[in-house]
Design a protein around this ligand. Structure first.
Ligand code: SF4
Length: 440
């Protein structure tokens, strides 16, 4: 992103205020902070627009694969380290289906792919793509398998073939929504680029040497294909770390556009496929191609990804409010916790486990956990009393009792005074909740 001064050079310098800022310099400063749009100035020339848009393009191009609700986006990253801001587009995983696979094998893989879905702290973690691989080297067979897979799954596709004729055959057989073509190489880049350009599909480009890769990328871009994904062809874990880091560093820190594209790693046939997927997730991977993915491997992989791709400055939160658990009535007790997702889901699961009906009041603490929120003054007897009132729980529960987290003994007196409820200090660990609830 250019600085305010660099942007200012291209502005009309009329200081007319039509952009809602008093001067062109003020407007430039807002543009540099992404708080204004170039279109807000009616006097921008086409030449200035072209220059500013080119220099403000993200260091790593955003590439979309698929369409509609199931489409995925990769790239458009601006940081080398997650804690500097955040990572935007998470690593995606693809399971591969060879076009030589038998009917039952394909059906089983499609079923397993659809079942790879896990709810964790209110977010759905799932498989992202299916890759059809042209093992048969037969364009018609490949097209038939692409047709079957696209007909039976809504996941976006990767067309794994070196043969541009197979890509065209697949596109002729079935109406495909922006699948990723994998891949163009030194040997086939010209024909692959022509197919990708004509079909408007994104294209992966591969080469084991970064200079060689940059050369092919340049030629493919000159041929008119801009939506590219790069395969650096690492052969082991060390190369995944090294190559991915070099490319990311050059794109983000040195604004090297030649390799400013998201990355794809092919872990098929590799005995360390899961480790490669884990390391790719930690080191800037865009897509990882896998032969298969079983739930025991998928869960740690998805959870790692979830942890890396959450915003480090914004805790995952649930909506504050009243949550009835186990069908509570007037004789059910009230418990409260904070709206930090991990805390909420742990407490809610422990209440559910107890099978005791209860009202769980979730107090807005801006996503902070109990002790952090209390220490920061964001969870006070006053805020709990206010949440009790605004949630309407006092009309729903006649028990006249509230269970507070075990760490918050210090707020019990004041809360009792403000709410008029008997305060019961709960266990220090959520796992103790079921035992307590059975005694109330
Ligand atoms: S509208 Fe354009 S010319 Fe007028 S002050 Fe804003 S940036 Fe400057």
């Amino acid at each position: 992103m250019p600085t305010a001064i660099e942007i200012f050079k291209f502005l009309p310098k009329k200081n007319c205020g039509k952009c809602n800022f008093p001067t062109c310099l003020a407007f430039a400063m807002q543009l540099a902070n992404s708080k204004a749009k170039l279109d807000d100035c009616p006097f921008i020339t086409d030449e200035a627009r072209a220059k500013l848009e080119a220099s403000s393009a993200p260091p790593i191009r955003l590439v979309t694969i698929g369409a509609g609700d199931s489409r995925i986006e990769i790239g458009d990253e601006t940081e080398l380290y997650r804690h500097d801001k955040k990572f935007f587009h998470q690593t995606r995983y693809a399971v591969t289906i060879p076009d030589t696979a038998g009917d039952r094998e394909v059906a089983a893989k499609l079923r397993r792919a659809a079942d790879l879905r896990f709810d964790r702290v209110g977010q759905m973690l799932a498989l992202d793509l299916l890759a059809v691989r042209n093992d048969s080297k037969d364009a018609a067979k490949f097209a038939a398998m692409v047709k079957r897979v696209s007909g039976e799954s809504r996941l976006p596709l990767v067309l794994m073939t070196d043969d541009p004729a197979a890509v065209r055959a697949a596109a002729l057989t079935v109406n495909l929504s922006r699948p990723l073509i994998y891949a163009a190489s030194e040997a086939n880049w010209e024909a692959m680029s022509a197919a990708a350009k004509e079909l408007k599909f994104p294209l992966a480009v591969r080469h084991a040497d970064l200079n060689g890769l940059a050369d092919i990328v340049e030629k493919v871009r000159a041929a008119g294909v801009e939506d590219l994904v790069l395969d650096l062809m690492p052969s082991d874990l060390q190369q995944v770390v090294e190559r991915n880091t070099i490319v990311r560093k050059n794109a983000v820190k040195k604004s090297f556009r030649g390799l400013g594209f998201p990355l794809i790693t092919n872990a098929c046939g590799n005995g360390q496929a899961l480790l490669i997927a884990l390391v790719s997730t930690m080191k800037y991977g865009g897509i990882v191609l896998l032969d298969d993915l079983n739930p025991a491997h998928a869960i740690p992989l998805f959870v790692l990804r979830q942890n890396i791709y959450t915003d480090p400055q914004v805790p995952i939160q649930v909506k504050a409010g009243l949550y009835p658990i186990n069908n509570p009535g007037r004789d059910a007790p009230i418990l409260f916790t904070t709206n930090f997702s991990l805390t909420y889901f742990t407490v809610a699961a422990d209440i559910e486990k107890s099978r005791v009906p209860a009202w769980l009041l979730v107090v807005d603490t801006e996503g902070l956990s109990v002790l952090t929120a209390f220490s920061a003054g964001k969870l006070t007897p006053e805020s709990v009393a206010e949440a009790l009132k605004s949630s309407g729980v006092l009309e729903k529960s006649g028990k006249e009792m509230i269970v507070i987290p075990g760490m918050l003994t210090r707020m019990s007196g004041k809360l009792q005074e403000l709410s008029g409820l008997k305060v019961v200090v709960g266990p220090r660990e959520s796992s103790g909740i079921p035992k307590l609830l059975r005694t109330l």
